[in-house]
Design a protein around this ligand. Structure first.
Ligand code: FAD
Length: 421
């Protein structure tokens, strides 16, 4: 990827930093194309990992990678998603209605097992995996990086010289963007997510992921085998009133939030509480001379709608094509597609937070006797389902319809009544 070159450069050797889902997806695809690939993976030390709810559009990728059977064995079959907006306003989406567009189901996955399965699949495909932290250094006075001598030496000659390309897939650690001071764009929300596993909660529909509007913020309930992942996403400024430690805050929110106490009053927490903040981040530059970013390192939008793994893995598929092509144009194309997709999800997510999305659904349902609405509602419903499943989240028609509906479908209703506070 010479800066001014428009010609193709063959990339034969690739070092991938990080061994999460984006890294493993990319590694498997590159091996399949005959490249020499190594992953450095520092396993996560936290007791539970976020990113447990998959959208249906992940399934064809798992099938392509040959890992679905393995993942099905330890996961929970996910037939749909339920959104609770208020006591009386609830919407459930059933993936079986997605026929013809993508898979008609998804999974809720224990992430520790999911990540191990992906890494095993990468090893099986011939990827060299070093279960060690990777280190890189900046080449003085340039925007280039290389593996440190120690990290290169760990390959014991697998890489005889520095690899042609370094891929940063270290997730929110963002090793390379930090080293090169690559600017990032932050999203507008300054939420904190408190997250733990509990023994049980109420569920409207078995195995559905439940997204529930709270007094402040919203919560997810992701049913997993033998437990439920329960996350609380709330403006950081609201947290101090619920206690000093993250455990106190989480436990008190379960008891004191007027909505959570109706669905999780008997829930027993069975893990420590994890806290995530400042996660809405998109890198302004996603590739440079000899390096490229993928997965969360390239960008992450928001946990609502569970788009993280989908975006990371789909990005890896696109990046594999760019790497095999090797031209600067191919990397540029990858970057602009990534940015466009992330921006679109930012927009989709904003309609959830500002209340427009479900106000429109509410209006649509209340007017179902109207002849025109009767005609249009199934069409709109189908396209909205396709967007949230990931199958049409870059379709100009579906996204255009979403824009149209959220702009003209409110019929005088105030969306602030369903906005996330
Ligand atoms: C609160 C919250 C809830 C979420 N919920 C969902 C959800 O329900 N569904 C969903 O699809 N997504 C969800 N996500 C997003 C999801 O977690 C990520 O999008 C996904 O994990 C990104 O995958 P990745 O491979 O890019 O990075 P990661 O999964 O973070 O993997 C990166 C790996 O690199 C390793 N690493 C870091 N530094 C180094 C180093 N120097 N050397 C070697 N290895 C290193 C890390 O240990 C880690 O294992 C959520 C995110 C948040 C913040």
């Amino acid at each position: 990827m010479n800066k001014d070159s428009h010609s193709q450069r063959k990339i034969n050797t690739v070092a991938i930093l990080g061994g999460g889902p984006a890294a493993c997806t990319l590694a498997i695809l590159l091996r399949r194309a005959g490249l020499q690939v190594a992953i450095w993976h520092k396993p996560k030390t936290v007791p539970i990992i976020v990113g447990e709810s998959l959208v249906p559009a992940v399934i064809p990728m798992l099938q392509d990678l040959g890992v679905e059977d393995m993942i099905r064995d330890f996961s929970m079959f996910k037939p749909g998603a339920t959104f609770n907006l208020s006591k009386d306003i609830n919407f459930s989406f059933f993936f079986k209605n997605l026929t013809g567009t993508t898979a008609t189901y998804a999974y809720n996955v224990p992430r520790d097992k999911f990540d191990v399965a992906m890494l095993e699949a990468a090893k099986k495909s011939g990827v060299m995996v070093y279960e060690l932290p990777a280190n890189i250094e900046r080449i003085e006075d340039t925007e280039r990086v290389r593996l440190t001598p120690d990290t290169l030496a760990e390959t014991n000659g697998f890489f005889k010289q520095h690899p042609d390309l370094i891929v940063d897939a270290t997730g929110r650690v963002r090793l390379l963007p930090r080293l090169l001071n690559i600017a990032s764009q932050e999203g507008g929300r300054k939420d904190a997510a408190l997250f733990a596993h509990v023994d049980k909660t109420h569920l409207d529909y078995e195995a559905h992921v439940h997204t529930t509007r709270l007094d402040h913020g919203w919560s997810w309930r992701i049913p997993l085998p033998g437990r439920v992942s329960l996350g609380i996403v709330v403006g950081a400024e609201h947290l101090p009133q619920f206690g000093e430690t993250k455990e106190e805050r989480y436990d008190n929110l379960l008891k004191q939030d007027s909505v959570l106490k109706t669905v999780a009053s008997n829930a027993q927490r069975i893990t420590p509480v994890m806290e995530y903040t400042n996660y809405q981040l998109t890198s302004e530059k996603m590739f440079g001379d000899g390096w490229v970013l993928v997965g969360d390192t390239a960008g992450f939008i928001d946990p609502v709608f569970s788009s993280g793994l989908f975006l990371g893995m789909q990005g890896a598929f696109k990046l594999a094509d760019a790497i095999c092509d090797g031209s600067r144009e191919a990397f540029q194309h990858y970057e602009s597609e990534e940015k466009h997709h992330l921006k679109t999800w930012q927009e989709i997510v904003s309609y959830y937070y500002d209340g427009r999305l479900f106000t429109c659904f509410k209006v649509g349902q209340s007017m179902r006797d109207n002849f025109l609405i009767k005609l249009l509602y199934p069409h709109i419903d189908k396209h909205m389902g396709r967007i949230f499943s990931g199958a049409a989240s870059t379709s100009p028609y579906s996204i255009g319809l979403l824009r149209f509906v959220t702009q003209y479908g409110l019929k005088g209703e105030d969306p602030r009544e369903l906005m996330i506070r």
